[in-house]
Design a protein around this ligand. Structure first.
Ligand code: SAH
Length: 241
């Protein structure tokens, strides 16, 4: 069954009206007809079973048959602070991270970032990638995409248990850090760019209360590390597998 996140203004009493892109998708791409059912999400944790009623060129409308809490959200909120990456590697992280259950993404500018900050058009593209992945994977909410933050500002604002995977860390593994913090409900995860974090950045992070952790003996690429760490964290707290 196809799933669609719709904006609040699309919801009327007992019915929904699909905006043009979704209406076109329903009629021309999916070729659905009156009487077919879809799931509509309001991005506040509820989902609606909707029966398509009117499939006109002017308007596509459906009747709400059932409202129920969405099951797709992990109880644990992970915010991924991901340093800007070259090419379309960040898009890969947004797509896969949404499937895994990451709650929010913060693009991060750190000292060794080579990639430029995103243009407004790029942000629009990133939002569409997140929405598509969220619909396809059964998320109940759209992961937030925050504005670009500088590293020091991000360190000071990181919510919950704040972890910074660092390949130079010898004292503490990710597993040990998680075992020390049972029952965490919120985790911030900082991942560096292709060239990694500088030692000055690690020092600053620690002075803000972040824990530097190791992900093991192999160096993971920047687009792999956050996804792997998020997987381990969700598994550790019983939200995956
Ligand atoms: N250029 C660096 C590696 C950067 S990897 C070097 O060759 O040493 C990019 C990011 O992934 C790092 O900033 C870190 O946050 C994370 N990372 C990759 N492998 C890791 C590991 N084994 N332990 C902890 N963090 C790791």
């Amino acid at each position: 069954v196809h799933r669609f996140f719709l904006a609040p203004e699309c919801f009327g009493p007992g019915s929904v009206t699909f905006p043009t892109p979704q209406a076109r998708q329903l009629r021309q791409v999916l070729r659905l007809q009156a009487g077919d059912q879809v799931i509509v999400l309001d991005n506040s944790g509820w989902e609606y079973r909707v029966e398509l009623e009117e499939m006109g060129k002017a308007a596509v409308r459906g009747i709400i048959r059932e409202r129920r809490p969405s099951r797709g959200e992990p109880g644990l909120k992970i915010t991924l602070f991901q340093a800007l990456l070259k090419g379309d590697r960040l898009e890969f992280v947004l797509h896969k991270g949404t499937e895994l259950g990451i709650a929010a993404f913060v693009p991060l500018r750190s000292q060794r970032c080579i990639a430029q900050g995103p243009t407004p058009a790029k942000y629009g593209r990133w939002r569409r990638i997140i929405a598509e992945a969220a619909e396809q994977s059964g998320r109940g909410r759209l992961p937030a995409l925050e504005p670009l933050q500088d590293f020091p500002q991000a360190c000071r604002s990181a919510p919950g248990l704040a972890l910074i995977p660092w390949e130079g860390e010898r004292g503490m593994s990710l597993r040990q850090a998680l075992e020390k913090c049972p029952g965490s409900k919120q985790v911030s995860l900082f991942i560096g760019p292709e060239g990694g974090f500088t030692s000055a950045e690690i020092e600053l992070a620690r002075s803000c209360g972040l824990l530097s952790v190791s992900l093991g003996e192999r160096i993971l690429r920047a687009e792999t590390a956050g996804l792997v760490a998020a997987t381990v964290i969700l598994y550790h707290y019983g939200e995956l597998g």
